[in-house]
Ligand binder design. Structure first.
Ligand code: ATP
Length: 237
């Protein structure tokens, strides 16, 4: 049987004044899957993430665990288990790795944050090694690990990742995406937004291609990886 949908976005429209950034976008995210949204600069990927978090007014419907999120504010969405790792990572540069992680626990008022911290360190031994280092002095890849680790501190059910590979060297991109792939076993469902199509398709179950605010293509990730039209524009030929 098909996995139940953890998230369903139906016919979403989001605009910035006259600019229609999302023009009728529908995306389905089955529980336990990794779903990627691929798109060029300006396609609307970040807008989609912010609409799901409820920080941008949009029309259409978003269902999470079968319930409409209409009128549900950001904090309540976070409390229900939706967590966003933003493109800019938003770390506290002058605080240590450990303090950044601990702050991640506050957003969901977790009481057993020490156990969550142990889980994050088990997943990211590099962060454990560097727990007293200031976040601003970490490498780009380490900062991305910290941003993901901080989001995991709240034990989210749905993790939204906005371009985790941005600005990272190809080898590090592979490390980060391997970590994302590893989340699947831990009961976390992932919606991954990426420009890096080939790498994200390799770890995804399903994928959507977003072009100027509309879904132009979607299907099983393995199928999209073989798609010739997609290959020419997003997979480097
Ligand atoms: P990138 O990969 O470059 O981050 P993206 O796919 O995430 O791109 P969005 O940031 O969602 O794209 O932007 C979608 C469209 O909406 C773009 O045309 C962008 O210029 C426009 N846009 C985004 N934010 C605003 C804003 N605050 N005001 C006006 N237009 C905006």
């Amino acid at each position: 049987p098909a996995a139940p949908l953890l998230l369903e976005v139906r016919n979403l429209h989001t605009r910035y004044g006259r600019v229609e950034a999302l023009d009728g976008v529908s995306v389905q995210v089955p529980a336990g899957h990794i779903v990627s949204v691929i798109g060029a600069n300006g396609a609307g990927k970040t807008t989609l993430m912010n609409s799901i978090m409820g920080v941008l007014p949009s029309s259409g419907e978003i269902f999470y665990q079968g319930q409409s999120l209409r009128g549900v504010p950001l904090e309540a969405r976070v409390a229900r288990g939706i967590s966003l790792v933003p493109e800019r990572r938003d770390l506290f540069a002058s605080m240590t790795v450990a303090d950044n992680l601990q702050l991640g626990a506050y957003s969901r008022r977790r009481e057993n944050w020490r156990a969550d911290l142990d889980d994050v360190y088990a997943r990211f031994p590099r962060l454990l090694e560097r727990r007293t280092q200031l976040a601003g002095t970490l490498s780009g890849g380490e900062q991305q690990m910290l941003a993901i680790g901080r989001a995991l501190m709240g034990k989210p059910r749905l993790l939204l990742l906005d371009e985790p590979s941005l600005g990272l060297a190809p080898l590090i991109v592979r490390d980060i995406l391997r970590i994302v792939q590893g989340l699947r076993g831990g009961g976390v469902t992932v919606l991954l937004v990426e420009q890096n199509a080939r790498a994200s398709l390799a770890i995804s179950d399903e994928a959507y291609v977003l072009e100027t605010g509309q879904v132009s293509l979607h299907g099983p990730a393995a199928e999209l990886a073989r798609n010739e039209a997609l290959g020419a524009s997003y997979l480097g030929g």
